[in-house]
Ligand binder design. Sequence first.
Ligand code: ADP
Length: 522
Amino acid sequence: MLAAIIDSSEDAIISKNLNGIIMSWNKAAERMFGYKEAEVKGKHVSILIPQDRLPEEDMIISSLKAGNRIEHYETIRVTKDGRFLNISLTVSPVKNEEGVIIGASKIARDITRQKEAEETIRRYNEQLKLINAIGKTISAHLEIKAILQKVTDTTTQLSSAAFGVFLFEKVSPTGESSLIYTISGLTRQTFDALPSPRNKELLEISFKDQKTVRVADVSKDPAFDKEGLFYGLTEGTNRVTSYMAVPVVSSSGSIIGGLFFGHPKPGIFTEEHESLVVAIASQAAIALDNAKLYEEVRQLNDKKDEFISFASHELKTPLTSMNGYLQLVEQKPELVADLIPKMHKQVKRLFAIISDLLDISKINAGKLDLNFTPVNLQALIKETIESTAQIGISHTIVTDIPSDDIQLIIDGPKVLQVLTNLLTNAIKYSNRGTKITISGMRFGDQVRISFQDEGMGIAPQNLHRIFNRFYRVSKSSSQVEGMGLGLFISQEIIAGHNGRIWAESEEGKGSVFHVDIPIDAR
Ligand code: ADP
């Protein structure tokens, strides 16, 4: 019965004499170490002990001789096929009838799994600590370059990569995008000399599915052939065999950058490296979003200062002219009749500047109150043309509006301001004598009013910026008076009508500005 119990045990139960010779060997010992009882009986127990642990046996034997039991001693033993097992040993002395110690019974429990689990927990703990620490350091930085470098260095080290690169797409508040990068483990010159795509293309092709890419050997992956992805990275001394790329996704869900790692040996990057880098990448994304906000605030602040000096300058120009005219009138009163229209013009300019500034402060305060009343489309367009007539009749203005008048429910004076601004721009930014077409048409429950000119046009890369506050295309700003506020204010007014304003243009040929507003915009 006892033998049956021993044989059914999950733990290996072995007995040996004081010389270390194995005397008995149960079924679990067969399973655990791979030897049949017949193979080991009579052999020295050291066949189970790894070379570097042989002295342990002497320690065990002497402890046994002293009559001591060894409990739950954690050590490593080796199987028949050379595998190492983590085991927990309990060794008790076996005495004969006279009470003399003649051997030992050994109970070995395989704790490999438990050890592995403990090791995993320990590693996870360490990683968690590390990720937290990195999170803290990177979020303490508000400078984008510093964050990128810190993240590149840490992730390159943690993933055991030979080199790592962080490519980051920086978008300025005015919408210009530039690509910056930091490197770890490679010099800038070496990286720059790599013939592979190193720019935005790399981000786009790598993260088509917004997913991490991890390849054990790029030479065996069809995506990395001569024509394919990153082929350049596989050439020269900085050959990439193992490859990993992790996207950095901002809180808005867009890919703002990517971390790329390489190693000349295959199979370097594990799933664990991947999840570690992914975790750090998401911390980096938050830090980069914060840095971006900080930069925006700083730039807005700079803008504000710029604005104050700019507005003061703009206000000073007509005032200086007025002052000049007044001095002239003082000296030569007979000139008054000639000078009054000129002074009027300057006063008008002052009014225009001040009303733009007031609009801006209302928009900033969210107080652009609209007052909706019925207005006829034909009258609105007529008034628009009249309001610009004072600038002088310098262009051929053609209208193309439906003969059936349309009644709109809008804020008349505000929409008039928008249309006047569009017509004034069409005049300002095109040569005298050219044609300007104003058209109106109804589609569904909306109307579209368009202003087409034959002027200087706007380059495609500037088209979306002209609606930004203070933005002026540099070519026009030197030639034509303006503050770069008209289109910004217009856009706000049209948005308040649930409408849309946009431009189509061809540089050198002319532009069309369109305004869509609901017929009843309330
Ligand atoms: P401003 O005319 O005071 O500069 P706007 O906000 O009305 O300000 O226009 C912004 C910029 O857009 C102008 O400075 C000019 O560069 C460009 N722009 C506007 N309308 C036109 C147009 N019809 N043709 C060419 N450029 C234009």
